[in-house]
Design a protein around this ligand. Structure first.
Ligand SMILES: [Zn+2]
Length: 388
């Protein structure tokens, strides 16, 4: 299974200058070829392919001799990115490729001839190895690396590895998780998981600075300073959130044989302005991705239940559908059986029931006596740890 490790890179001054130039060369080639391909597409409707771009590389090197300093394979990778961007555009999956800007996130890919030695990375054309913060060991077969420069100026090393699956010992637990409005999420065990305080604090700080920025004169010194500060906070939020989601998904996958989640249509939800903030902030989609990956890695089952399933409105005890339930109702009493519900926990219990029903349906109607855990294991063995 493919996996990407990400480490903070600490280049010395000369090394950072070298990286900046390499990144600049890749950006230059990308933008140059984009310009040419864009023009010929707009004028003649011609769609370029990878080999046509690649054929232009030697000509570019001749015309712009500074490109000879670049790692050729990194330039070729930049060409591949462009080719992919155009292909996605032609297929209607993405907007027309845009020119890369120095101010935004920029990367170079290094497919070969690099060496990782302890906490140092040796890359082609640079004599001295660059230090990185190795906060975890690298497991699996290393395939390629890339180096990313964020808009704050920080460098990161990404190491792509092919990892063996590491099935965990079986357990008899199954859990359903529901995205929360007032919490990050609720588990069917009754546990409510809060958004981490440090993350909320950084988000509040960011909002404050964004308001401040809107009052400054665009392009002024103070404006640019503030912009840099905001970029740094954005990065901090991404890191804090990823850290939280990694730890949480690892714990949940570790504790349970199968995990049931609501497969939220995030795009559709974003249109609803009331939910927008919560959904976006909660990064539910990212969380489900993490769960999906870890389920595959550790041999667990992940079951997605479609979002239109009325999990909040059904009474988890008697099945009565409460059409009157409003978004603001956090607690309610079932008019039919009298059960008292916490909105979120009731929803996860319904999700759990629905997920288990689907699990049995998929694994085989012939063996209804199968326990949820046995079905989940059978599912994993069948090679599909996730299905809809
Ligand atoms: Zn009821």
């Amino acid at each position: 299974m493919l996996y990407v490790y990400r480490f903070r890179l600490y280049p010395k001054k000369g090394q950072a200058e070298f990286l900046n130039r390499q990144i600049g060369h890749c950006r230059f080639v990308y933008n140059k070829l984009l310009e040419i391909a864009k023009e010929s597409y707009e004028k003649e409707g011609k769609k370029w392919n990878y080999y046509e771009y690649k054929r232009l590389l030697p000509k570019l090197k001749e015309e712009f001799p500074f490109l000879k300093e670049a790692n050729s394979q990194s330039l070729q990778e930049a060409v591949k990115w462009l080719d992919r961007a155009f292909k996605n555009f032609f297929k209607g999956l993405a907007k027309s490729p845009r020119f890369k800007s120095k101010k935004r996130v920029n990367s170079i890919s290094i497919p070969q001839y690099f060496r990782i030695e302890g906490d140092k990375i040796k890359i082609p054309k640079l004599k001295t190895p660059i230090k990185f913060k190795k906060h975890r060991s690298i497991e699996g077969k290393v395939k390629s690396i890339s180096i990313t420069k964020l808009s704050s100026g920080k460098f990161y090393l990404n190491v792509l590895v092919d990892r063996e699956k590491e099935p965990l010992p079986e357990t008899d637990k199954v859990v359903a998780i529901d995205v929360g409005l007032t919490h990050f999420c609720t588990l069917s065990t009754g546990e409510k998981i809060e958004n981490p305080r440090p993350l909320l604090k950084t988000e509040r700080k960011l909002k404050k600075l964004q308001r401040k920025l809107s009052r400054k004169v665009k392009g002024s010194n103070k404006y640019q300073k503030l912009q840099k500060k905001i970029a740094k906070l954005h990065e901090k939020i991404v890191n804090q959130r990823n850290d939280f989601l990694h730890k949480l998904s690892k714990r949940i996958i570790g504790d349970n044989q199968a995990v049931i989640v609501e497969d939220l249509n995030v795009k559709g939800m974003l249109k609803n302005s009331r939910l927008a903030k919560h959904i976006a902030d909660a990064s539910w989609r990212k969380f489900v991705q993490f769960l999906e990956y870890k389920a595959k890695l550790y041999g667990r089952g992940l079951i997605k239940v479609d979002p239109f399933y009325p999990s909040s409105k059904l009474c988890s005890r008697c099945g009565y559908k409460n059409e009157e339930l409003k978004l603001s109702d956090r607690k309610w009493t079932c008019p039919k059986c009298g059960a008292e519900h916490d909105r979120d926990i009731n929803a996860t219990l319904n999700l759990l029931k629905e997920g288990l029903t689907r699990l049995k349906r998929v694994v085989g109607v012939d063996c209804p006596e199968l326990t949820p855990v046995e079905s989940a294991s059978a599912l994993v063995e069948a090679g599909s740890s996730s299905f809809q």
